[in-house]
Design a protein around this ligand. Structure first.
Ligand SMILES: CC(C)(COP(=O)(O)OP(=O)(O)OC[C@H]1O[C@@H](n2cnc3c(N)ncnc32)[C@H](O)[C@@H]1OP(=O)(O)O)[C@@H](O)C(=O)NCCC(=O)NCCS
Length: 367
């Protein structure tokens, strides 16, 4: 149990941004690549299409656009940023960090920059770290990014995984606020015993890259989906309950929940266990698939720019992922309703919302 200690500063989000690549990979195209069907993918996952980065794009390029949009909304310049945290499993290179690569591109010369390696829970872990840095006065301005190019580590001959994942980036800028506002509670958990449920077997110090590991396709994601499903629902429900308990609130007090977008059935099962109505739960998996640590900040930026959040709203963010890792944050929203909301929702994300998918989404009451 982690409570906000007396006397520390609060931390709150003052700007958000997102970016997804233009190229759309839809279910029909996947039908031509592996033994699958649009019907199976929709029914078992809720996914209709996902975005794939261009050959010349890397994670820092996606991050740069999302970060610039978040900084612009926040009215913060790059040289005001004290810390850059990049949650990712797919950095441009393993050395240097994606954080440092992004720092150079942004020209954020006064920042410390590094990566958080917590798979799909990375953005939640990042929120916890940012809150600690700001609360204790180590940093005043934190740029937190979640970015993935999962298309680079997926085997497009493995139907168990290739239908699920997509590329994208989301970002948030955090600053101090008065205690009792902003991030009220954080819950972060891991169980390394479950590490084999989602892994890339080779390429690290255990089995460095070799001709054999490449031939064996051991540099791509291997997943035990059914077992992960159970961990996901349990972990997400538990994390949300913990942050509500820390803040002395109940599920009825939640105005909006932004869950990690891994599988619509996981989201529905978690929502039902918590007893939260569907209209309070953000869903955009049909348009982006699972973008791992980017899925929550992408969703957050979409709801902010659509004007769905107002000061005082209680917002729960919750995720699970490889490691296994899971966690949640609960915030009392402090930003005014985004000016020009609606208009900005379409324009702010640029190419993010394909007209057909957007129509489907709104007909289901999704984000
Ligand atoms: C992966 C996942 C969608 C599979 O759905 P499921 O309902 O659990 O399906 P199962 O694993 O039970 O497989 C059912 C059948 O569908 C088949 N199948 C798997 N992928 C398929 C695909 N893309 N198209 C068609 N059939 C497929 C399986 O081979 C299996 O066939 P079998 O019964 O003949 O062996 C689901 O388990 C899931 O989302 N798990 C969590 C994964 C996750 O979130 N990973 C990222 C962590 S952040």
């Amino acid at each position: 149990m982690i409570r906000q200690p007396e006397g520390v500063r609060g931390a709150t989000i003052i700007g958000t941004g997102m970016y997804v690549p233009e190229r759309v990979l839809d279910n029909a195209e996947l039908e031509r690549m592996v033994d699958t069907s649009d019907e199976w993918i929709r029914e078992r996952t809720g996914i209709i299409e996902r975005r794939i980065g261009a050959p010349d794009q890397a994670s820092s390029d996606l991050s740069l656009i999302a970060a610039q949009r978040a900084l612009e909304m926040a009215g913060v310049t790059a040289d005001e940023v004290d810390q850059i945290l990049v949650a990712t499993t797919t950095p441009d290179r393993y050395l240097p960090s994606c954080g440092c690569t992004l720092q150079a591109k942004l020209g954020a010369k006064n920042a410390a920059a590094y990566d958080i390696f917590a798979a799909c829970t990375g953005f939640i872990y990042g929120m916890g770290v940012a809150r600690g840095l700001i609360g204790t006065g180590i940093a005043d301005t934190v740029l937190l990014v979640g970015v993935e190019m999962l298309s680079r580590i997926v085997d497009y001959t493995d139907r168990n995984t290739c239908v699920l994942f997509g590329d994208g980036a989301g970002a948030a800028v955090l600053r101090p606020c008065k205690p009792g506002d902003g991030i009220l509670a954080v819950s972060m958990h891991s169980d390394g015993v479950l590490g084999d449920l989602l892994e890339i077997p080779a390429g690290g110090s255990r089995r460095p890259a070799s001709i054999e590991t490449v031939q064996a396709k051991d540099h791509v994601i291997k997943m035990r989906g059914r077992e992960l499903f159970r961990v996901a629902v349990r972990g997400m429900e538990d994390s949300i309950r913990r942050v509500l308990e820390q803040a002395e609130l109940t599920p009825d007090d939640l105005d909006l929940v932004i869950p990690h977008q891994a599988n619509q059935r996981i989201i529905d099962a978690t929502r039902e266990r918590l007893g939260v109505p569907a209209e309070k739960v953000v869903l955009n998996i049909e348009r982006y698939g699972n973008t791992s640590s980017a899925s929550i900040p992408i969703s957050l930026d979409e709801v902010v720019r659509a004007g769905r959040l107002k000061p005082g709203d209680h917002v729960g963010l919750v995720a699970f992922g490889g490691g296994a890792t899971w966690g949640a944050t609960l915030a009392r929203w402090t930003l005014p309703v985004y000016p020009g909301a609606g208009k900005a929702a379409a324009a702010g994300a640029g190419q993010a919302i394909a007209p057909a998918a957007a129509a489907r989404a709104s007909s289901r009451g999704a984000a």
